[in-house]
Design a protein around this ligand. Structure first.
Ligand SMILES: Nc1ncnc2c1ncn2[C@@H]1O[C@H](COP(=O)(O)OP(=O)(O)OP(=O)(O)O)[C@@H](O)[C@H]1O
Length: 629
């Protein structure tokens, strides 16, 4: 037996490691299982190059729990270590790595968040163990098995032992505060989280499986009986879909993998993108487009980040652009630095490239789908829309590409690209300034009469809805030349698409001034501005409109952005049709009370058409209307 001092300059770093990693103790298992997997893969490589000539056997990692002895063992049959290798890799290199880490981050703000992403490697075992043994037999022929042991002080012992199987056992004597790691369910939970897709089979305990009775026992119906047997419980799928070449995968395989990732999800994704880059950085992965629900937040941050199949985190906000955090799936890249702060991550060159690459891939995939099968793309559009709009608003490069496939639906359920729609409506809907005006509604039901009037004139009305609508419209107006958008209830049709030459007004200015106070007294002055406009005689006598600009500002404030305008009061225009016969008739009435009743009735009808007549006012309107019958 040999005793020695771990090469160390700090007095004792173990208490610091423990304190530092307090919130993330569980990662010790990720580190040790990854080391075991690495040791197995290294052996595979050595075998393939001919350096290792022995039998490989079935390479596997086992996690063994002995609650009574209070130990947790991580066993592999990989390369193993000689006494010299232990001295080099454990006593010197590994330790200096851990020591440097602690020195660098001790007392620094935000250190905890860094640590979550950073493995201290082998030494993280001391977060949960009072004593750690390495019992190992090297791959070299005739090697002597050795045991390294340390109780968390810089002293260690190295002893020759009997061990006739190749590979390494890391035995942790779990300390008192860490008793949770002697619970089967806790260990299973950690393995599920970090080790689900490691490339070498990992086993933990047993599970029950049902098989045909080996003795051929039959039940009453003569069928072979099913019996339960205990089988080794493999925790991982060593060959997850993202590591397989896309040509070898069918759509069903992608869907099955989605289910493997999100067993609780009820719905299949709309489609997927398989990422595969090896230059200038290394990245693989599969991203899925989910059906986006009203409650966007629940679906956010479901992308899992892996590094060589080891789970790192499900918070990828720094790596993918914000609008892409709505996607689901896996990204695996050994090139994403994990041992750095989040703000550094955002400025990292590789991470920026990765983010730009993913955005481009997503745009290309959508463009390809649109080109390949437009009908199918249209069928998916309503689910994709919010995502594409979000992308167009937050990323100019994406917006440029998306203009070719972003669709607008009209009230007849037909889909057009922006360019197609512009071409369609230009002949009738170009105003006197040469701008093509897209009329739109967010709800056919709410705007029924406005839409009908517009369609009666041969205009098309687009359906543009959702929380991002008004932001998106403003963006389109800024980027597509000569295009402007107007909601059908923003003004009278003649003013929404102004043509040369206005209709003459039947009412003179004086007559309008005479009637104006009557209308003003019928509504709340703070909320409504009364104005007269010369409209067609067949148009409604009064309409309530909400100026496009004010409404958009209010909507944009509600869904973020535009805050600098301050709070907008809700204001509307009460537009009186200066050519309507019912309005003209008011002038001839001598009975003031009859006149104001008529005005009230006309005004209420306009409010009713906008769905704005409610509560007491609605009740009064109903009673008044009954009295007319
Ligand atoms: N199960 C094992 N079998 C063989 N060698 C091992 C095993 N575990 C650790 N080692 C050796 O000990 C070294 C140090 O391990 P440690 O986990 O501290 O660092 P690492 O794996 O090199 O880096 P990191 O864990 O930070 O990615 C490894 O590089 C490896 O050479």
């Amino acid at each position: 037996m040999k005793t020695g001092q771990i090469h160390v300059s700090t007095e004792n770093i173990f208490p610091i490691i423990k304190k530092f990693l307090y919130s993330d103790h569980e990662i010790f298992l990720r580190e040790l299982v990854s080391n075991a997997v690495d040791a197995s893969q290294k052996l595979k490589v050595l075998a393939s190059t001919g350096e290792y000539k022995g039998e490989l056997g079935e390479l596997k990692v086992e996690v063994l729990l002995d609650k009574e002895a209070k130990t947790l063992t991580i066993r592999d049959n990989g390369i193993g270590m000689t006494a010299e290798e232990i001295d080099k890799y454990i006593n010197q290199i590994a330790f200096s790595g851990a020591e440097e880490f602690v020195k660098q981050y001790e007392g620094k703000e935000g250190a905890e968040s860094i640590i979550g992403h950073f493995g201290l490697g082998f030494y993280s075992a001391f977060m949960v163990a009072e004593k750690v043994q390495i019992r190992t037999l090297s791959r070299h022929e005739g090697a002597q098995a050795v045991q390294w042991e340390s109780n968390g002080s810089p002293e260690f012992t190295l002893t020759e032992i009997e061990k006739d199987t190749r590979g390494t056992d890391i035995v942790l004597f779990i300390n008192e505060e860490s008793a949770e790691f002697l619970e089967k369910s806790r260990i299973q939970g950690i393995l599920d989280k970090y080790c689900k897709f490691l490339p070498i089979p990992v086993f933990f305990g047993t599970k029950v499986e049902y098989i045909d009775s080996p003795e051929g026992e039959k039940d009453e119906d003569g069928k072979v009986k099913r019996v339960s047997v205990d089988v080794p419980n493999q925790v991982n799928n060593p060959k997850p879909a993202w590591t397989i070449a896309p040509v070898d995968l069918k759509d069903e395989d992608y869907t099955a993998f989605y289910r493997e990732l999100y067993p609780m999800s009820f719905e299949d994704p709309l489609f997927h993108i398989h990422l595969n880059v090896d230059y200038p950085f290394n990245l693989t992965g599969i991203l899925y487009f989910p059906k986006i629900k009203e409650n966007v937040e629940v679906q956010r941050n479901k992308i899992n980040l892996y590094s060589n199949q080891v789970f790192i985190t499900d918070s990828v906000a720094e790596i993918v652009p914000e609008f892409l955090t709505l996607l689901h799936g896996v990204i695996d890249s050994p090139d994403i630095p994990l041992n750095v702060s989040r703000s550094y991550l955002q400025s990292d060159g590789n991470v920026k490239k990765i983010s730009a690459h993913i955005t481009k891939k997503v745009a290309d995939k959508l463009a390809e789908m649109f080109k390949k099968d437009r009908a199918d793309f249209e069928a998916k559009w309503d689910d994709l829309k919010i995502f594409v709009e979000y992308g167009m608003l937050s990323d100019d490069k994406f917006a440029e590409k998306a203009k070719t496939f972003a669709l607008i639906k009209n009230t007849d359920g037909k889909y057009y690209t922006i360019e197609e729609l512009e071409e369609q409506i230009a002949p009738l809907q170009t105003n006197k300034d040469g701008k093509v005006v897209v009329l739109y509604t967010h709800s056919l039901e709410e705007h029924f009469s406005f839409v009908k009037q517009a369609k009666d004139r041969g205009y098309q009305v687009a359906v543009i809805d959702g929380p991002l609508a008004s932001h998106w419209i403003s963006k389109m107006e800024q980027t597509v030349e000569n295009l402007s958008f107007a909601r059908v209830d923003a003004d009278t049709l003649d003013h929404l698409i102004q043509k040369e030459g206005e209709l003459p007004s039947k009412l003179t200015e004086e007559q309008q001034s005479e009637l104006k106070p009557l209308f003003e007294s019928a509504v709340d002055n703070q909320k409504f501005k009364v104005e007269f406009k010369s409209m067609s005689e067949s148009d409604a006598p009064i309409i309530v409109t909400q100026p496009e600009f004010i409404r958009r500002m209010m909507e944009q404030q509600k869904y973020g952005g535009g805050g600098f305008f301050g709070a907008f009061p809700e204001t509307y225009n009460l537009v009186v049709n200066a050519n309507h016969q019912k309005v003209e008739a008011l002038l001839k009435m001598s009975d003031d009370s009859e006149k104001s009743t008529k005005v009230k009735q006309l005004t209420d009808l306009a409010l009713l058409a906008q769905g704005m007549l409610k509560g007491e006012e609605l009740n009064k309107f109903i009673e008044r209307s009954i009295s007319f019958v």
